[in-house]
Design a protein around this ligand. Structure first.
Ligand code: AMP
Length: 172
């Protein structure tokens, strides 16, 4: 292959979402309005169908009291995906699914039909106005750490799980 052809391939790999190397990411799912369990299961299937995304391990569903929020108990879960989307594109796709599930944002931390967060995106550290990765509050929340530990135990230090043990979080 000539140097010019090699440069062209490298440029395409860097910009084309179809051929970019797949990244393992972890997503948090939550719902506390409407048919929350059905919505979370629907979201898992919808994530699997997103362009450039393949669904990996899915945690059980968990029932948790609202943390920094209000309304009925939440149904939470965590899934692993393999994705060729860049992190901002992945977030945009997740916001699209929140919209499809009827999400409205009347005020900060309002009850919601569906909340989708990116917990981890490979080993990336991102601090932009729209995206912080790793998710800044993931290590404080039993409803994230318990399902994450179920599918990826090496990512959750045992000491961290102990610190959130008093938060009510029931595996269904
Ligand atoms: P939420 O109310 O949980 O849907 O999140 C509100 C905003 O948080 C979103 O519009 C995102 O721009 C921002 N955000 C920052 N970091 C993240 C992340 N890691 N995952 C999802 N949303 C994030």
């Amino acid at each position: 292959m000539t140097q010019a052809a090699l440069r062209a391939v490298r440029a395409r790999l860097a910009t084309d979402p179809v051929v970019r190397a797949a990244i393992t990411a972890y997503l948090a799912l939550g719902a506390n309005l409407g048919e929350a369990q059905a919505t979370v299961r629907w979201a898992m299937a919808a994530i699997a169908a997103l362009p450039g995304c393949a669904l990996g391990a899915c945690s059980s569903l968990y029932r948790t009291a609202p943390v920094d929020s209000s309304g009925p108990d939440y149904i939470n879960a965590v899934v692993e995906i393999s994705t060729t989307l860049c992190a901002p594109d992945l977030l945009a796709q997740l916001h699209g699914l929140e919209q499809q599930a009827g999400r409205v944002r009347p005020y900060r931390n309002a009850p919601r039909t569906l909340d989708l967060d990116i917990l981890l995106y490979g080993s990336a550290k991102i601090h932009s106005p729209k995206l912080t990765i790793p998710h800044p509050r993931m290590m404080e929340r039993a409803f994230v750490l318990m399902p994450l530990a179920e599918i990826a135990p090496s990512l959750v230090p045992a000491a961290q799980l102990l610190l959130v043990a008093e938060q009510a979080c029931q595996r269904l």
